[in-house]
Write a protein that binds this ligand. Sequence first.
Ligand code: ATP
Length: 298
Amino acid sequence: MKISFSAYMHTVQPLVNFPGGLINMDQLIIPRHQRRKDKVVVVMGATGTGKSRLSIDLATRFDAEIINSDKMQVYKGLDIVTNKVTDDECRGVPHHLLGIIDPDSDFSARDFVHHASLAADAITHRGRLPIIAGGSNSFVKALVSDDIEFRSKYECCFLWVDVSMSVLHSFVSKRVDQMVRAGLVEEAKEFFEPGGNYTRGIRRAIGVPEMDGFFRCENVVDDVTTRAKFLEEAIDEIKANTRNLACCQFRNILKLEEQLEWRIHRINATEAFLKHMLMRPGMVVGPSMRIVGREDQI
Ligand code: ATP
């Protein structure tokens, strides 16, 4: 059953002792400037941990909309390479900043702060809960730590979907194989230019620069075995870079937790993973729902 976020909060609102008896906090008329800040949920985690799935699960239980914070998924194109959620997977939950930016332009952390703030304001005005989800911790830091305006308006509830690195490493390698079967090579080829620049826009996405050697070889080498070897090397490099990205993201979250003293709720999703890659979402969603719904979670 879908419940509005404010309705959910109402059920957990503490009753306060007030002259004349107990009253519910919601019944107090509080001037706008004294009101509590609006809540934003921030779902963090390394690539492949199931952030998107958890965010959608939460959004279907609370009345929420999702703001993407993956710096490659903001661009149009490369849906397989960047592992964007499909329309089916979205289950009707509105997503913001997903696949909307010109792939040749550079979308900076500053741009993210601007657009994500506007999206969060609009979602909140609709009486809904904004859920920021994605792996780009530099974007999240810029928004919730460096942007004074955002900080003054919103309280963040941080959820960290954590999966043990050894389990995650074998999963992301299998995921790359699945992406290849789904059309990663053909998709990356659309962005191939001999002597191309892989330092701007969507071309930086893991899966594009790694394929460059194979596409160049394809144009000049007829031998099938040699071509297959180049392809295999490219795929191995994609796997290695994805595993490396997962490790970097893990370290960056730890750093944010330590340096910025954020209270991040770490949810161990390893067991759920081992039980058929999140086929039992309740194991992750249940604790997350309780954290998101609590008043004292910040
Ligand atoms: P950094 O400061 O290292 O860029 P970050 O938190 O800003 O960290 P990440 O999301 O960790 O950014 O991305 C780092 C790099 O990993 C990107 O520049 C890109 O090359 C690659 N990358 C990130 N997300 C994806 C994705 N969804 N698909 C493919 N590649 C990605």
